[in-house]
Design a protein around this ligand. Structure first.
Ligand SMILES: Nc1ncnc2c1ncn2[C@@H]1O[C@H](COP(=O)(O)OP(=O)(O)OP(=O)(O)O)[C@@H](O)[C@H]1O
Length: 322
């Protein structure tokens, strides 16, 4: 399948205007490491207040792009504007306006969560009340006296986010904050992240969880090989993608060879828990299935952001049909 990027695939975005000032404007940004073109001509604008997602396969260039926005790395070429200024060379005036949570966030593990945040607050020359607000904003007030080393994984991730928030930054970078969390902790953290967005902060959010990007982000950039393959709201990305429907038939109900003969079926795959029929004409195919075996147990799945992602990253092409 060709990489047809839905809607605003070039990533070209309108520039900032007075009503919607931009938090980040990148124009033609490139970064090489030797022969590796980690960032290959990225242009995008993130308006203030947006929850902006960056997704893409390992090595696609997301971290490098974020590091360039944070002022940790210099772009080889292109322009980078963050909160109205250039983050490189190291812009000391910009740093207090940015909040950065990384997967390897450093903790004072022998301190309690509250003591840790008070220490971070002091480093930012802010006060204990700011630490208390940050603790509350991630729902950790009642665990404030727990030592960092004794917090569960989910609560540690919340503390990492609180540490990035303590100085009340305007722009927050979150790098896979829900990695390695169990489903309940992940959902709990979604709630925290939605609250942050509700406070009007701009969030640049890197994740490998497509369901999360779909649920949380205003817009998502899908990065492939250092470039923007697609950039739009999850709903528009999905609407602009291949509108294939998948029909899942319980095992043993319909023979795969017979399924391939059904008019309107484009592709059939045998998975352990279902025979999967892909079609652009679900109504017609469902009607035939109804006549053949009845519809009991048959499930219908429409496209998700994950499907768009898998198509753009080439992972949805699957093995050739026999
Ligand atoms: N410091 C470095 N020196 C050399 N090559 C690097 C360096 N940092 C990253 N790369 C390479 O640049 C490319 C982009 O890496 P980057 O870490 O930005 O991707 P990513 O999308 O964040 O990946 P992941 O999802 O695995 O974190 C990869 O090929 C990577 O190996």
């Amino acid at each position: 399948m060709t990489r047809t990027a839905p809607s605003t695939a070039s990533g070209a975005q309108p520039g900032p205007d007075r009503d919607h000032p931009a938090a980040v404007v990148l124009d033609g940004v490139h970064k090489r490491y030797g022969d590796t073109h980690a960032v290959d001509g990225v242009s995008l604008t993130v308006p203030c207040g947006e929850f902006f997602g960056l997704v893409g396969p390992n090595g696609a260039g997301k971290t490098t792009l974020v590091e360039i926005m944070e002022g940790q790395r210099k772009a080889d070429s292109g322009t980078v504007n963050v909160l109205g200024g250039s983050p490189w060379p190291r812009n000391a005036a910009l740093l207090p306006r940015l909040g950065v949570q990384t997967q390897s966030s450093a903790f004072f593990v022998r301190l309690t969560a509250r003591e840790h945040l008070r220490t971070v607050a002091a480093l930012y020359r802010t006060d204990d009340a700011a630490a208390e607000r940050a603790l509350a904003s991630v729902g950790l007030t009642e665990h404030g006296d727990t030592r960092v080393g004794d917090l569960s994984g989910g609560r540690r991730q919340r503390l990492a986010i609180a540490s990035a928030l303590v100085h009340e930054p305007e722009l927050i970078f979150l790098d896979e904050p829900t990695a390695a969390l169990d489903p309940q902790a992940r959902r709990d953290l979604w709630h925290v992240l939605r609250e942050l967005k509700g406070e009007g902060r701009t969030i640049i959010y890197t994740t490998h969880h497509l369901d999360e990007a779909e649920a949380l982000c205003d817009r998502v950039a899908i990065i492939v090989d250092g470039s923007i393959a697609a950039l739009d709201s999850p709903a528009r990305l999905i609407a602009g993608s291949n509108p294939t429907t998948r029909l899942l038939i319980p095992p043993g109900r319909l023979d795969a060879a017979r399924a391939r003969e059904i008019d309107g079926v484009d592709r059939v795959t045998e998975e352990p828990d279902a025979l999967v029929l892909e079609t652009l004409e679900s109504g017609r195919v469902l009607s035939t299935i109804d006549q053949l075996i009845g519809l009991q147990g048959v499930q219908t799945r429409t496209a998700s952001l994950e499907d768009v992602y898998l198509t753009l990253t080439g992972a949805n092409n699957g093995p050739p049909q026999p």
